[in-house]
Design a protein around this ligand. Structure first.
Ligand SMILES: N[C@@H](CCC(=O)N[C@@H](CS)C(=O)NCC(=O)O)C(=O)O
Length: 348
């Protein structure tokens, strides 16, 4: 009897030890992270022109935008330096082949998580980091107030995007006849709309709002039709087969969002690290280990990333919101407790 009891205690102790040591052993970096570390830089897509607010070239010739900042954030987390990136100027139709062939490490290019990309194209997706509606913009002279009145319209859009599929699905579902004209480059599509070759332009709401500001005739001559024909979840696309790279990218996004919720910014990150205000903040800032060991990264990657680029809110405001020239509202892309739909998974 006594012997059995001892055996039970020993087995329980062994389980405890094995769980404790498994938790303590740092993980290996994912295969893609290893390649990035060996290469010493992260390969990201830019745009074949300017996709304002997300991937554009500023007046000094530098890339900027939300997607570019997410690339920098990833480089800061993995390589410890937001400058260790190479941006390839790719069009919409080129980004997925470039990801599949290894020309880029990830499709951080406003890439909608769709079933066909996920399954037939062998991709994996991060959780969405940007949510936006698909909308039509029309010339005021067309004299329509609703997308339901687009019968017979010529609609312009950009090739290789899910956006044009949304337009076709929506119009077909409503039995509205239309002509779709597709362009490789956004500038060509916008020029065709401005010249009057297209009656309407289908786009991602956030970008149409930006385009409307300087479309021919400005906001008074161009009407954003009220129908949001879908809510498009934009995620980071990755090649199938490296699940732990998906984990790494998801936790990078979660930490950017959680840092905003915790009030950790690029300006106060050192102060916050000196005296973290909560257990979650202590984890994000690497004061408590765990964030790095589990991904095969240094435990202070969250600190380095926020110091380099800021939290999600800072990224949004700098590229699209109040601190940019576009002044877009956060809308869906605000935190869940501030009227939006963004939240972080649990950092335990
Ligand atoms: N999220 C889309 C790509 C983004 C997109 O479709 N952008 C174009 C749509 S044709 C846009 O918003 N254009 C508006 C503009 O050029 O101002 C995808 O994954 O395919």
């Amino acid at each position: 009897m006594k012997k059995i009891a001892t055996t039970v205690i020993t087995a329980a102790a062994a389980i405890f030890v094995s769980v404790a040591s498994a938790a303590a052993a740092p993980a290996e970096p994912s295969p893609t992270v290893k390649t990035i570390l060996q290469r010493g830089k992260l390969l990201c897509p830019g745009h074949n022109g300017s996709y304002r607010g997300f991937a554009e070239i500023d007046d000094k010739g530098n890339w900027k935008g939300l997607d570019i900042d997410l690339c920098r954030a990833t480089a800061a987390a993995i390589l410890g330096d937001p400058k260790k990136i190479e941006i390839l100027p790719l069009g919409w139709a080129q980004r997925i082949p470039a990801l599949q062939s290894g020309e880029i490490d990830l499709s951080v290019k406003l890439t909608e998580w769709t079933m066909s990309r996920d399954t037939e194209l062998n991709l994996q997706f991060s959780q969405p980091y940007f949510l936006g509606g698909t909308q039509f913009i029309v010339h005021k002279s067309l004299d329509i107030q609703s997308a339901n009145n687009l019968e017979g319209a010529t609609i312009c859009g950009e090739a290789g995007t899910s956006t044009i599929r949304h337009a076709s699905n929506w119009l077909t579902g409503k039995k509205i006849k239309y002509n779709l004209v597709q362009f490789e480059k956004q500038e060509e599509a916008q020029a065709a709309y401005n010249s009057g070759r297209c009656d309407a332009f289908i786009g991602f709401g956030a970008n149409l709002a930006v385009f409307r500001l300087d479309a021919k005739g400005g906001p008074t001559e161009n009407i954003l039709l009220p129908e949001l024909i879908n809510l498009s979840p934009q995620s980071i696309g990755m090649r199938q087969g490296d699940d732990r790279f998906v984990d790494t990218i998801n936790w990078i996004l979660n930490v950017l969002i959680a840092a905003e919720a915790e009030g950790i910014t690029s300006a106060n990150v050192d102060e916050m690290r000196a005296s973290p205000k909560s257990p979650v903040a202590a984890k994000i800032l690497g004061v408590d280990a765990g964030l790095g060991d589990r991904l095969g990264l240094p435990n202070d990657w969250g600190y380095r990333m926020i110091k380099a680029v800021g939290n999600y809110g800072e990224l949004f405001e700098r590229n699209l919101g109040a601190k940019s020239s576009y002044k877009l509202d956060r809308g869906y892309n605000n935190l869940w407790n501030k009227g939006g739909l963004l939240y972080s998974m649990t950092l335990d």
